[in-house]
Design a protein around this ligand. Structure first.
Ligand code: SF4
Ligand code: SF4
Length: 476
């Protein structure tokens, strides 16, 4: 056969990138998965022996998906593992000795009672039980044994403020010198109704993580099942009155509230006590989330949120201002820090710093530390800015803000670790984008580097996506 008679080969419509294991969206069994690039996006192609082929969108921008791999860094091993590595991931969770990152954010579900029933909820709230004080204490003891020191622990639920001994649990955690900070994830209903609760949280220097997914009752109705604007306003007003350190969590759902992300940025920048904003592209997992109407081929992913931020903030934030967090798998969380200048405006760190030089600060945590590594990094940044005079916009203003930060964060007199963290966080606000996985985009490779964990009563410390997908109401 001469070459001109060669049969025509069919061209595949995609470019193959890598192989991983994901889940069949019907039955959750692990299936070999081809990761492919098509029309500038990244998809999973899976075949389940029982349910056939499926396709899921994983990233709306193939270039940023590929760029994330440059941020892979070594993890750090916990002091103690709770399970053995026998059957492989995720059956051995956790943490088993094969896991690649320690617990930097333990999330303790202290109750399964909730005063909402959100259509997007990932939890399986049965309104049946509260964690006892002794169970809580055991979990804290085990975590300390596992980690030595915990920068933060988060109390969650259900709605944690519904726990009848909620403040006692907070006190148990606050009493431990090995715990830096206690934070509480809440829908804000109790805070809206009780200034006293806000006052108590302030007294204990608790961080409040307030769900606020929109600024329109129609949005709340769709996502949370109830018109909540009034509640959120009241809760925010009380948190402001008592100057409680606050993070806003915004669950972003394609076609429902993506138009309101800019308002969440405005909220973050308008108030001193609001230290960070966590945008979470919705995960179609759990009691509510899995059933929430969605199209796995047209959903929000991290690059989609970045594009929205760029469009809605008129250049205040651009995709280039963000970088993947190397502490978990870099496809899980993307973030930026915003430095406050003297005139009240904000500038993202990557506009005046080469973040690649400082990635080692974020290998084990997303928080700007109060340690000598951070102090030295700020000093180096000041030196670099001096030598780059004129090349960086607002160079002088940034220099002034950094020098002031340095003085306040590391004063000649000794200040407590708590005070130091407080000063540090008020110097730079953070915008995180954290994409929890679900049955469509689950990627076993990401799970193995997870650093957000649920400690359970039975002694296991479960990577959050493993717990959400395989344990809540589903036997693994
Ligand atoms: S995800 Fe981590 S903890 Fe779970 S089985 Fe795999 S290595 Fe072990
Ligand atoms: S919870 Fe899920 S998305 Fe978040 S770090 Fe862990 S594996 Fe990644």
């Amino acid at each position: 056969m001469s070459c001109c008679q060669m049969p025509e080969r069919e061209n595949r419509p995609y470019t193959f990138l890598r192989l991983t294991q994901s889940t069949c969206p019907e039955c959750l069994q692990l299936v070999h998965t081809r990761v492919v690039m098509e029309s500038g996006r990244v998809y999973f192609l899976k075949t389940c022996p029982d349910h056939g082929a499926s396709k899921a969108l994983v990233s709306e921008d193939a270039a940023s998906y590929q760029k994330a791999w440059r941020y892979v860094r070594p993890g750090s091993v916990p002091l103690k593992f709770q399970t053995a590595a026998n059957k492989g991931c995720p059956h051995d969770c956790g943490l088993c000795p094969s896991h690649q990152q320690h617990t930097c954010l333990p999330i303790i579900e202290i109750t399964d009672h909730c005063n909402l029933s959100c259509p997007v909820c990932i939890a399986d709230n049965k309104n049946s039980r509260h964690m006892t004080l002794s169970e809580f204490k055991k979990i804290i003891d085990r975590l300390i044994e596992q980690e030595g020191y915990l920068e933060t622990i988060t109390l969650s639920g259900g709605e944690p403020t519904r726990h009848p001994e909620f403040l006692k649990l907070v006190d148990l955690a606050k009493d431990r010198a090995e715990i830096g900070r206690v934070s509480v994830v809440t829908n804000g209903i109790e805070l809206a109704h009780s200034k006293k609760l806000c006052e108590e949280l302030k007294k204990r220097n608790v961080y409040v993580v307030l769900q606020t997914d929109g600024f329109d009752d129609a949005v709340h109705q769709k996502i949370r099942g109830r018109a909540l604007c009034g509640i959120k306003e009241k809760a925010l007003a009380s948190l402001a009155e008592y100057d409680v350190s606050t993070q806003i969590i915004f669950v972003a759902v394609r076609g429902i509230n993506e138009g309101e992300i800019k308002k969440a940025i405005d909220l973050l920048l308008a108030h001193d006590h609001i230290l960070s904003l966590m945008i979470q592209p919705v995960s179609y997992s759990g009691r509510g989330g899995a059933k929430f109407p969605h199209d796995p081929l047209n959903r929000l992913t991290i690059p989609g949120v970045l594009k929205i931020l760029e469009e809605q903030t008129g250049g205040l934030l651009t995709a280039g201002d963000f970088f993947p967090l190397p502490c978990p798998h870099p496809l899980c969380v993307t973030l930026t820090y915003l430095l406050k200048l003297d005139d009240g405006s904000y500038i993202p760190f990557p506009r005046f710093l080469d973040m690649n030089k400082y990635l080692h600060l974020f290998e084990q945590s997303a928080m700007l530390g109060s340690d000598t590594h951070t102090e030295n990094a700020i000093k180096t940044a000041i030196d670099d800015l001096w030598s780059a005079k004129g090349e960086i916009p607002d160079n002088q203003k940034v220099l002034k803000a950094l020098k002031k930060a340095l003085l306040e964060m590391y004063p000649p007199k000794t200040i407590t670790r708590d005070e130091l963290m407080r000063v540090t966080e008020r110097k730079a606000k953070t915008v995180f984008i954290h994409h929890y996985m679900d049955r469509h985009d689950f990627d076993l490779e990401r799970l193995v580097k997870c650093c957000h964990h649920y400690p359970l009563n039975d002694g296991r410390v479960m990577p959050a996506c493993s717990y959400n997908m395989f344990c809540r109401g589903t036997a693994l």
